[in-house]
Design a protein. Structure first.
Length: 365
C-alpha cells in the first residue's frame, strides 16, 4: 500500500512538471506570440518496431534432465511524440522528408541556439528494448536574447537513470564567434549518491538468508538422502509463490533483484532534492563552406544543497565540478573527401553521459 502510494506521488510530481512546461509554452504563445510562437514549429509522431536481440541459449538442470529457460524477448518498439521549434545551424541539413523524433542532433544540447527568441523541444519516447520498458523524455523551453539566456528543462533518461528539472538563467556576452555566459541554475532531482542497503544491512550482523526474509521471501528446507537444500517462496504479496528450488538458484537469480527493489523503494521515500549551482559557459561557432567548428562547455563549480539528502560531492579537487560540453567539427577536405567529429559529454552527480561519432565520407565519381 505504502509503495503504491509512493509510486503514485512520483508520477504526480512528473505530471506536475509536464503541466508546468505546457503552461509555459502555451502561456508565452498567448502573451507574446499572437500565433507566431508556433510558427515554423513541427509536431511529430512515429512508431518503429523491429525484431529483438536473440539471447544465447540458457538451460537449468531439473529431475535428472534439463529445461530450456532461454529468454525470448517480444519485439522491440519506440513510440515517439513531440513538438519542436529549433533553428538549425548552418552545418545542419534537413535531408529527410519526415521527422521521426528519434534523431539525435548534437546541436539540440547547446545552451545558445542559432536564433534570438523562443525555442522549445517536447519529446516523449516510450521504448521497449530486449524486454526492458523505459521512457525517454526531454522537455525544454529557452529564450535567447542579445544579453541573456534563460532555459527551463525537464529530462528523464531512464536508460542511464538520470532525471532532473532545472531552471537556468545567465548573462550573455557575445564577441564575434565567441559567447560567454555567467549565471545560476536551480535543479530538482531524486536522491543520488545514497545506497539504502548499506545503511540497512551491516555485514556480520545478519546473514543473507535473514536479509532475504526481510525482503519478503521465505525458505522451506527439503532433504533428499544426504542432500539438504531449500525452496524459496515470494510471500511479499500475501500469497506463497515458489520462485526457486535451491539456494544457488535463489541467490543467483532473485536476491539481487530484491536488493535493487529495496534500494529503489527507499530512495523514492526520500523524495526530490533541491540544489543551487553557479554556472559558467563558453561557446565558439565558426562556419564556412569547407570547414566548420562548433564547441561549447558549461561548468558548474559551486553547489549549495537545500535538502537533507542533497548530493554530497567528494573531497577530491575535481569532484565538485560538473559540466556538459560538446563539439561539432566538419571539413570538406577535397571535392571527394569529407570528415566529421561530433560528440557530447555530461557529468551530473557523478553520472557520466556521453556520445561520440566520427568518420569520413568519400564520394566516388
Amino acid at each position: 500500500m505504502i509503495f503504491n502510494y509512493i509510486c503514485v506521488m512520483k508520477k504526480d510530481v512528473t505530471n506536475i512538471l509536464y503541466i508546468l512546461m505546457m503552461v509555459l509554452v502555451f502561456g508565452i504563445s498567448t502573451v507574446f506570440g499572437q500565433g507566431n510562437f508556433f510558427k515554423y514549429s513541427t509536431f511529430y509522431t512515429s512508431m518503429t518496431m523491429n525484431t529483438s536481440f536473440t539471447e544465447r541459449g540458457d538451460y537449468i538442470a531439473e529431475d535428472k534432465g534439463y529445461e530450456d529457460v532461454t529468454t525470448v524477448h517480444p519485439y522491440d518498439y519506440n513510440l515517439t511524440v513531440g513538438l519542436r521549434k529549433i533553428a538549425r545551424f548552418d552545418y545542419e541539413y534537413k535531408v529527410k522528408t519526415w521527422y521521426y523524433g528519434t534523431e539525435k542532433a548534437v546541436a539540440d544540447n547547446v545552451t545558445l541556439g542559432n536564433a534570438v527568441g523562443w525555442e522549445y523541444l517536447l519529446n516523449f519516447s516510450f521504448i521497449r528494448n530486449r524486454g526492458e520498458r523505459f521512457v525517454d523524455q526531454k522537455l525544454w523551453l529557452r529564450y535567447l536574447g542579445n544579453s541573456c539566456v534563460t532555459k527551463a528543462q525537464f529530462t528523464d533518461n531512464q536508460r542511464v537513470n538520470l532525471r532532473y528539472a532545472s531552471f537556468d538563467t545567465r548573462f550573455r556576452i557575445n564577441k564575434g564567434n565567441w559567447d560567454f555566459t555567467l549565471g545560476g541554475v536551480f535543479r530538482l532531482h531524486p536522491v543520488y549518491g545514497v545506497t539504502p542497503i548499506e545503511d540497512f544491512w551491516v555485514p556480520g550482523e545478519s546473514s543473507f538468508q535473514q536479509l532475504a526474509q526481510d525482503f519478503g521471501y521465505a525458505p522451506e528446507q527439503w532433504v533428499q538422502g544426504f542432500y539438504v537444500n531449500q525452496n524459496w517462496y515470494d510471500v511479499s504479496g500475501g500469497d506463497s509463490v515458489l520462485v526457486a528450488t535451491s539456494n544457488d538458484e535463489f541467490f543467483n537469480h532473485y536476491f539481487g533483484d530484491a536488493v535493487a527493489t529495496y534500494n529503489e523503494r527507499e530512495l523514492d521515500k526520500l523524495g526530490l532534492q533541491k540544489e543551487l549551482s553557479a554556472v559558467i559557459g563558453l561557446a565558439y561557432y565558426k562556419y564556412t563552406d569547407k570547414l566548420w567548428l562548433h564547441v561549447w562547455a558549461n561548468c558548474m563549480p559551486f553547489h549549495y544543497g537545500l535538502d537533507e539528502y542533497s548530493f554530497e560531492y567528494g573531497v577530491e579537487e575535481w569532484d565538485n565540478i560538473e559540466w556538459d560540453a560538446g563539439v561539432v567539427f566538419g571539413s570538406r577536405v577535397t571535392k571527394n573527401l569529407g570528415m566529421f567529429v561530433e560528440g557530447t559529454h555530461m557529468r551530473y552527480w557523478m553520472k557520466p553521459v556521453y556520445e561520440i561519432k566520427f568518420g569520413f565520407n568519400y564520394l566516388i565519381f
